[in-house]
Design a protein around this ligand. Structure first.
Ligand SMILES: [Zn+2]
Length: 131
């Protein structure tokens, strides 16, 4: 069951590879940048913190800064994997085909519009502050 033709698949692969390159570059930049900031923070903290505490804090900061892009990169790489195995464009929730127009706008999409909207509504509810 193929709903995407060769031209469309080639186009999606091109988009995904471009995103992959951009994200990798961005993560690399962020790591370099965060490193400099860490050194500044480190200078002020070494006085009253043990080595281990500082190291943990640095790890946390680094993760927070690049976390979003690492997630995106993971999604893009997963999409490239689905492209290779021929399952790209199949909704992970309802197993229906995702429109090519939607895939071209966001090639790493894992859900059709209907499932995505339903999920966003659910997440919006879950995100309500509990405090
Ligand atoms: Zn769906």
């Amino acid at each position: 069951m193929k709903h995407l033709d060769g031209t469309q698949l080639a186009r999606l692969e091109e988009l995904l590879c471009a995103q992959q390159r951009e994200l990798r570059e961005e993560i690399r930049r962020e790591l370099l940048q965060s490193d400099e900031e860490h050194h500044k923070d480190l200078a002020g903290m070494v006085e009253d913190s043990g080595d281990e505490a500082v190291a943990n804090l640095l790890a946390d900061l680094e993760i927070a800064i690049i976390d979003r892009h690492v997630h995106e990169l993971r999604d893009v790489e997963a999409a490239l994997g689905r492209l290779a195995s021929g399952t790209l464009g199949i909704c992970s929730d309802c197993a229906r085909e995702i429109d090519y127009e939607r895939l071209e706008a966001s090639p790493a999409a894992t859900r059709c519009i209907r499932c995505q909207e339903r999920r966003e509504k659910t997440l919006a509810h879950e995100a309500t502050p509990t405090l």
